[in-house]
Design a protein. Sequence first.
Length: 207
Amino acid sequence: MRAFTVLTSIAAPLPMANVDTDKIIPARFLKTIRRTGLGAHLFDTLRFDQSGAERPGFVLNQPQYRNAEILIAHENFGCGSSREHAPWALLDFGIRCVIAPDFADIFHANCFKNGVLPIALPRAVCDRLMEDARLGANARLTVDLQRQVVVRPNGEEVAFEIAPLPRKMLLEGLDEIGQTMQRGPAIDAYEARARQEHSWMPAIALG
């Protein structure tokens, strides 16, 4: 998993509440277990009309936001079904950070497992950041995970809270498997010791 330390990027304003996982990645695209390729269908029903043509009014179709790596939205982002494809689609499109007043719990957890940073900030602060984002390519936000601040284009720093363990895992680029593999030598030592101490047990029971 790619580490997240400091990100400076254009931010795309999405002034919508209750953006559910089916809006993020519609169910008809959940036929894969691969994490790549889903970005093409991110917000599919919002980005494209029934003929497949882009909707020019949608923010990510506008030239100044096509390369945005930060998304700013309203309350309850990521609600709905617990599909891990939602953060996969965001990341594959290029979105590495979502800022909103709050998030659905399972979506929030899935973001950390896949290298996407969800930042919860008060609605009034999100609205100010959206105003910054509407300046387009002339304004960039900086998200500093080490210092836990979002830096506005005017230099103002907005502090955010994040639990220590998810923060550490993002900074080091570790998912849960990677975190376990860091303890590989200790696990190997335990298994070797268990084989010696319980040599009478069948090998299959000892792993």
